[in-house]
Write a protein of this length. Sequence first.
Length: 284
Amino acid sequence: MGELKRVVVVGAGTMGSQIALQTALSGKYDVTLVDSVHGQLERAKAQNQRLVDRSVEKSRLTAEQAKAAMEHIRASDSLAGPAGDAAIVIEAVIEDFDAKKEVFRELGKHAAKDAILTSNSSTIAISRLADHSGRPERCCNTHFFHPVTVMQLCEVARGPRTSDQTVADAMDFVRSIDRTPVLLRKEIWGFIVNRILFAASEEAIRLLEGGYASAEDIDIAVQKGLNWPMGPFHLLDFSGLDIFYGAMKDRHRQGEGSDAPPVLDKLIKDGKLGRKTGEGFFKY
């Protein structure tokens, strides 16, 4: 990956903007952040500016490093131009199959033939997207964790047609931006972390629905007994109940696991999605 100079990130939401920022902070790459939604690129820039400003205040970055990183991120409302000279393109649009599929179709038209094409999704395996690009051997998942500038892990997941070189290049790229990659050798829904997290979260919800303990006490038990920094219900609220709900629905459609539990159904229908709406399992 020593020759890699340009990275394109598609989708300027929270994850995409932070993937772009972490890549720029490495000091190794120029990054183009692509989003066609009106105003989203401006919002992403403002969000990233707040993140680097906070890091400067806490002496994690110098003012010069922060300025350089922001200057290495360009913005574009079109994928066609930037994709042509990128060595890696990271798709980070909303967790919707049709939206991601359309990105990979566009990449098949516009990306360089030897570019690595990755998806940040952990619930939509790369084999469901790769063929739409026309080059499945150059496709894999690179699942970063929120917040990207804090969380070290990135799960690299290969599809059945992903080449060994693509895997090696993707792992090298993740290391080069100061994150830690782990390799999922065979596709499975949810990869490593989310499968384990889902099992714990579902059990916590069953305990709550069964009246065995309150959400607060379950969180305390997990924090104090398992040494988690955050209990399962606070973590669900932090991540967004709509994200967890959508992932459960997608998993169930693929024939794995149970459907969303009634308590979660009700919270979603009531618009209580966690911290971002002011209420989920807890009030904020």
